[in-house]
Design a protein. Structure first.
Lengths: 324, 434
């Protein structure tokens, strides 16, 4: 099999799940004839028809609300946010209607809300967001943020089959920049399980999505100095894979967390608290973090570069931590 | 009346309206005894709307109540104990004490979606239920309510835009009870009849006296038929009056006394009782029998609620997610899934656009026959303003009028169901293609 992009992995997941189950339908803006702003749904309308691939007006609250209503009748809607930034427009519908439904009155909402997220593509303040933590802070949702084509496909298939609302973040920087061969035939990846991307003994670097690549690059750089970093890809942010995190920290005794999301209230804080609760005695140094600045995502390339984490910032922080 | 009711059905309407009122009356007493732990919202004076609209639905249809639609829940088959226990936060309540008031539902039997406190969000959700119903071939209609206040929300407008575009089988009942908490309707919107908004979405609308249960039923029944026939959503504005404050804590001193007096004289139960007597549909004996039955039922239901335990504290941690084995999610297919499976569902994915969006043929743009610019190009003149109507008179009498069915919504070709011809079926006559 030829290597495919992450975007192609996502496409395959949607096509295969719609093929497998007529209860799976797709909704979003420009997803039909046009095939989606990033062409993720290209060919979907031709294959599955307008009853299953619904071009909606620019009304995010209505789209998410309708998907919720459809799920009450046993359908499994896959909703595209044209850019994940626009999820802010339907925040109430997601956090109050969808997320609380099962807890409040036992009505499951098996829907997926997916969309392109993240920076590094000069999208500016409204097309670069990483809004995952609003939703990680919302009980009732699951939040997935893959970094590889394989995971994107396997996790999206699991998300569509899950009985809970899943927010599926697709890093647009990775859409066409990474490629890998996918296994032939059916496969899924479980939600809620992190992956160890690189084994190491000296410190643990935890990251996810696009930041996995600078994190792995930094680990190679550190290896030249004899510092062996273990690199963990969270893959799912809610629920967090506490076990993998704690086990790694118990092994390496040092923890560096890297995320593209802004610093304050980012998931690094939550992971630091988890580690303090579960492996405080095992820590040999302070928990460190490399994150984006606490600002909106700026547009101009030098500003955005300054704003985002990168391999050299990670190396510097890791060296500092390794001194303990 | 276009949809006549039998004697039994009319007595049913009375039963539910009176049950609604007596139940809420008891809850006011429970509230004063501190047995209702949260807020209590009254639907006094609005019972005809909850009961009359819900009564127009069939068993398979779906509804989603607002906070003042206790009566609709009773019609849909919920028991007074469900309402009592919800308000009293008991373990025996439909939500096990996790939520209160009318915030509960039932997906399987009573086809009721639980509301949330944020207004308007139910409209897109019930649009989605209608879309799914059509997709599954169920021929259902969905109905929900919104207040005059809630009709200002973005979700209201987005929901109606989607419902109109999808021609969803949705009936939206806009309960204009004249007060959004403390703000009168005239201070919310310069539009006198909120039903006028329907025109902007290209959907049908009706206006009806919300204190006349038969008119409410009749109008809703007609709207439900329209929606079920695939003619798109219908907005019904019901004119009524909120006879209490926003909730129990609110004495509503901002409402002019005369306004309460005017509407008290139009109390929906009093009016209906008078109608039943004048038309000899019942006598004093029947009334007292029904009233006694309600008392007996409510005694039992209230006792059950009062004797019910509060939930165990650790329940708070449970049920956030639908875990393994918690629910089996299946759809009730009433059509063959074959139609929705490739290649049967496949289409030629290209827009079939009628006209070219040109202004010459577009309706509603005023242009005199000789309107050409100096260079020979056609010039457009702004749309002539319609004459301004005289300022709306105060609501001297709740009007009852039914607008003629408006022309169907402009064709927007997607997701409209099996009859959608906007896309060519791929399997059809390939030779005939361009």
């Amino acid at each position: 099999m030829a290597p495919v992009t992450m975007l192609e992995g996502i496409r395959q997941a949607i096509f295969e799940e719609m093929d497998r189950d007529p209860a799976v339908v797709a909704l979003g803006e420009d997803i039909g004839v046009y095939g989606g702003a990033f062409k993720v749904t290209e060919g979907l309308l031709a294959k599955f028809g307008p009853e299953r691939v619904i071009d909606a007006p620019i009304a995010e609250t209505a789209i998410v609300g309708a998907a919720c209503g459809m799920s009450y009748l046993g359908l499994r809607p896959v909703v595209e946010m044209q850019f994940i930034d626009f999820i802010a427009c339907c925040f109430n519908q997601v956090t109050n209607f969808v997320a609380k439904s099962h807890y409040r009155w036992g009505a499951p909402v098996p829907m997926v809300l997916r969309g392109p997220s993240g920076g590094g593509v000069h999208g500016g303040p409204f097309h670069s967001a990483n809004p995952e933590m609003y939703f990680v802070h919302t009980p009732g949702l699951k939040v997935v943020y893959p970094s590889t084509a394989h995971d994107a496909k396997g996790l999206l298939k699991s998300a569509i089959r899950d009985n809970n609302p899943v927010l599926f973040f697709e890093h647009k920087f990775l859409y066409r920049r990474i490629k890998e061969e996918l296994p032939e035939g059916e496969f899924t990846e479980p939600l809620g399980k992190a992956a160890v991307r690189r084994e190491g003994r000296d410190l643990t670097i935890i990251s996810y999505a696009a930041m996995m690549y600078p994190a792995l690059e930094a680990a190679e750089e550190l290896a030249k100095d004899g510092i062996e970093a273990e690199v963990i890809d969270l893959r799912t942010l809610l629920p967090l894979d506490r076990e993998t995190i704690i086990n790694s920290v118990k092994k390496t005794n040092k923890l560096l967390i890297v995320h593209e999301d802004t610093r304050t209230g980012g998931i690094a804080g939550e992971i630091a608290a988890l580690v303090c609760e579960g492996a405080f005695e095992d820590l040999d140094g302070p928990i460190a973090r490399v994150t984006a600045l606490d600002t909106p995502t700026p547009y101009s390339p030098p500003l955005e570069e300054y704003f985002l984490p990168n391999a050299s910032k990670i190396v510097a922080a890791a060296r500092e931590l390794a001194r303990y | 009346m276009n949809h006549p009711l039998t004697r039994e059905q009319q007595l049913d309407l009375y039963y539910y309206m009176q049950l609604n009122r007596q139940l809420e009356d008891r809850m006011v007493r429970l509230f004063r005894q501190n047995k209702i732990v949260g807020g209590l919202y009254s639907s006094l004076g609005q019972e005809a709307i909850s009961v009359g609209t819900a009564y127009a639905l069939e068993k398979r249809d779906w509804l989603a109540p607002m906070i003042r639609n206790i009566g609709a829940l009773l019609v849909k088959g919920f028991k007074p104990r469900d309402i009592f226990t919800q308000h009293m936060a008991k373990y025996t309540s439909p939500t096990l004490g996790k939520d209160g008031t009318s915030h509960f539902g039932d997906l399987k039997v009573r086809h009721t979606v639980s509301p949330i406190s944020m207004l308007g969000d139910l409209i897109p959700v019930m649009t989605g239920v209608a879309m799914a119903g059509r997709y599954l071939g169920q021929k259902i209609v969905t109905l929900t309510w919104i207040g005059d206040g809630g009709s200002s929300t973005g979700a209201f407008h987005e929901g109606l835009i989607l419902a109109a575009q999808q021609r969803a089988a949705l009936v939206l009942v806009l309960e204009n009870n004249q007060w959004a908490y403390s703000t009168p309707v005239a201070r919310q919107s310069p539009v006198r009849d909120l039903a006028e908004r329907a025109r902007g979405y290209g959907i049908q609308s009706r206006i009806v006296d919300g204190n006349d249960v038969l008119a409410v039923y009749d109008t809703t029944k007609g709207a439900v038929e329209e929606a079920r026939a695939g003619r798109g959503p219908v907005l019904i504005e019901v004119k009524t009056m909120r006879m209490k404050g926003h909730a129990q804590h609110d004495p509503a001193e901002y409402v002019p006394k005369e306004m309460f007096e005017y509407w008290k004289a139009r109390d929906p139960l009093t009016l209906f009782e008078k109608y039943l007597a004048e038309n000899k549909i019942w006598d004093g004996k029947t009334k007292s029998e029904i009233d006694a039955r309600i008392e007996r039922e409510l005694d039992v239901e209230q006792k059950f609620a009062e004797e019910s335990p509060l939930p165990p504290p650790e329940l708070a941690a449970q049920g956030v997610y639908c875990e393994e084995g918690c629910h089996t999610i299946t759809a009730d297919w009433q059509r063959s899934t074959k139609e929705l499976t490739p290649p049967h569902c496949s289409v030629e994915a290209a827009w079939q656009v009628e006209g070219y969006g040109d202004l010459d043929k577009a309706a509603g743009i005023a242009k005199p026959a000789s309107a050409t610019g100096g260079n020979g190009a056609k010039s457009l003149k702004p749309v002539a303003k319609p004459p301004v109507k005289a300022a709306a008179k105060p609501l001297a009498k709740a009007p009852v009028k039914t607008e003629a069915a408006e022309p169907a919504a402009p064709r927007v070709p997607f997701g409209r169901g099996p009859k959608d011809k906007a896309f060519r079926r791929a399997s059809q006559d390939k030779a005939g293609r361009r």
